[in-house]
Design a protein around this ligand. Structure first.
Ligand SMILES: [Zn+2]
Length: 557
């Protein structure tokens, strides 16, 4: 989109719009009456949406739709159409069109815009159509837009020179509008059911005559059919992937002849996720499904996944591979799959459990049949035992949860029991004071020990000088040594406190409160557990390692 055009819409105050739609004779013969009116309405809708977007982009210009015209069942090869003639008259008389001028913006130049869904709506005869686009519209200072082909007669040098001085827009502004335009064009094409993606899904290929359109790719289509057939036989995605692996069926990227640079040897394996994606893909019904993701803005690379209701779906754009009835049955089967993880359960520890062996997440699987929940290493689940990437890590989830909660409770109780010290760490000021106190106490203890040792020396001298007898001597030294042991124990504790403060492990002022809140709860929730612990590591041998956010310095091992 060129800058000149862009600026033009910033100076034009009002744009009167004529939407023009057309249904050809062939289309009319083919379609039912209902479909015909739908098709005309559809063309209008696409144009209206385009105008709405333009309005948002150029808020200073008023976009006013003055006419919605259509010719029904008339061939595009002739321009002698009733409503098209009306369009011509409107444009030719636009300066005299008093009703519009008077009513609204009488002082403004009248600028017209004609918009069609695609070029063929305007006409199928190239010479005539080109004549309109290249001569007639520009001569009448009419902006003509064809949405599908992104034709815009203002996007040329025909634009009045009056606006040349305001070309100087910052590059950023230009990039922004350009990216918006491109995105808008993309979206419009998607809304017309044109494929705007890269590689088509397995079973389809781009039509060499029309890259926006799919035709069937026979090898892939057979695999897709087989996957659906297996699913209809109530095989789970996991089972299907195992069958395909066992039969050495090549994966989609290999069928498409792409070489991917994966550094593992897992690249040529089917995964249950791939199968699940195929089984859920409505493209196989002949529908074009696009616009599943969006970007925050033109600068951002971040991709946002949109909810399904926001996807752009245009039905019946290509030959289906799967019958609708089969597709529907499969959807029900996937939902109730015996061995499939469902998202309906929110487990207390979900997302916190990690595999001790391979460090991937441990998932939780629900088995409807037994109404049981089991843990499973997600890495193992993805690739199965085929490549021995990891082991199952299968444990009763409820048992695990019970054990974990019990263990956290025990830990918390120990923490509370021993937190006379930690209790004092309510804020940083206090911990600073505590640090000073600790150092003083350590000095004191050291001096005391030194003093007692001196006393022991004196007692020994007394014994040598026969001031005390052997019995007295032993008893006195024993007392003094006990004093030293007591002092040394104190010293040891002070050292530990000191280390704890240095490691900032117990300075978290809220931790006491969190611990107490947790203990006061009848049923702990996800939030408080998340505050208490970092992760839970689960080993294949059933060992559970709970990693706390804060370490209890008094923990008895
Ligand atoms: Zn693992």
């Amino acid at each position: 989109m060129n800058v000149m055009y862009d600026n033009f819409l910033r100076v034009v105050k009002v744009l009167y719009i004529i939407i023009y739609a057309r249904l050809s004779k062939e289309e009319k013969d083919k379609q039912s009456e209902e479909e015909q009116s739908k098709s005309i309405q559809h063309q209008f809708e696409i144009c209206r949406e385009y105008i709405e977007e333009e309005q948002k982009e150029y808020p200073n210009c008023k976009f006013i739709i003055i006419e919605e015209l259509y010719d029904d069942g008339i061939s595009g090869t002739t321009f002698d159409r009733a409503d098209f003639n009306k369009l011509v008259k409107l444009v030719e008389n636009k300066q005299n069109n008093k009703s519009i001028n008077k009513n609204l913006y009488s002082n403004e130049t009248v600028n017209y815009m004609v918009i069609t869904k695609d070029l063929s709506r305007l006409g199928r005869d190239h010479v005539e159509t080109d004549n309109y686009i290249e001569k007639w519209f520009p001569e009448h200072n009419v902006r003509y837009v064809s949405i599908l082909e992104s034709v815009d007669t203002y996007d040329t040098d025909n634009v009045s020179n009056d606006i040349a001085p305001i070309i100087n827009w910052s590059n950023d502004q230009f990039a922004k509008t350009t990216s918006k335009k491109i995105r808008k064009e993309f979206k419009n094409k998607m809304k017309l059911g044109k494929w705007m993606g890269g590689e088509p899904p397995l079973g389809y290929q781009q039509n060499p005559k029309d890259k926006y359109h799919f035709i069937i790719e026979p090898v892939g289509a057979e695999i897709v059919k087989r996957i659906f057939k297996l699913a209809l036989e109530e095989k789970t995605p996991e089972e299907i992937s195992n069958i395909l692996i066992a039969d050495k069926v090549p994966i989609p990227s290999i069928i498409k002849g792409k070489k991917r640079n994966l550094n593992t040897d897992l690249k040529d394996l089917w995964s249950a996720d791939t199968i699940r994606d195929i089984l859920r893909n409505k493209m196989y019904l002949g529908h074009m499904v696009q616009g599943k993701t969006t970007k925050l803005n033109y600068k951002s690379k971040k991709i946002i996944y949109l909810p399904e209701e926001d996807w752009i779906v245009v039905e019946n754009m290509h030959e289906p591979i799967i019958k609708e009835s089969d597709f529907k049955s499969v959807q029900l089967l996937i939902k109730s799959n015996k061995n499939t993880t469902t998202n309906t359960h929110d487990y207390l520890l979900k997302g916190m459990i990690k595999c001790k062996e391979c460090h991937h997440a441990i998932g939780i699987q629900h088995f409807n049949k037994r109404n049981n929940n089991y843990t499973v290493c997600s890495y193992y689940r993805k690739y199965g035992s085929k490549k021995e990437v990891c082991t199952a890590h299968r444990f009763h989830y409820e048992e695990l949860e019970k054990l974990v909660i019990k263990s956290i409770k025990k830990e918390c109780m120990q923490f509370v029991d021993s937190t006379n010290f930690a209790d004092k760490l309510k804020d940083k000021e206090q911990s600073k004071q505590l640090l000073i106190d600790l150092k003083l106490n350590i000095d004191k203890s050291n001096r005391k020990i030194f003093k007692i040792e001196k006393q022991i020396d004196t007692i020994y001298e007394d014994k040598l000088n026969d001031v005390i007898d052997d019995e007295q001597y032993k008893r006195m030294v024993k007392n003094k040594q006990d004093d030293i042991i007591f002092e040394k124990k104190k010293l040891e504790q002070y050292q530990k406190d000191l280390e704890a403060i240095a490691a900032k492990k117990i300075i978290e002022p809220n931790y006491n409160k969190i611990v107490k809140d947790f203990l006061a709860m009848k049923k702990p929730n996800k939030i408080i557990i998340g505050k208490l612990i970092d992760k839970i590591e689960l080993s294949e041998d059933g060992t559970i390692d709970i990693h706390y956010k804060v370490q209890n310095p008094y923990k008895k091992i």
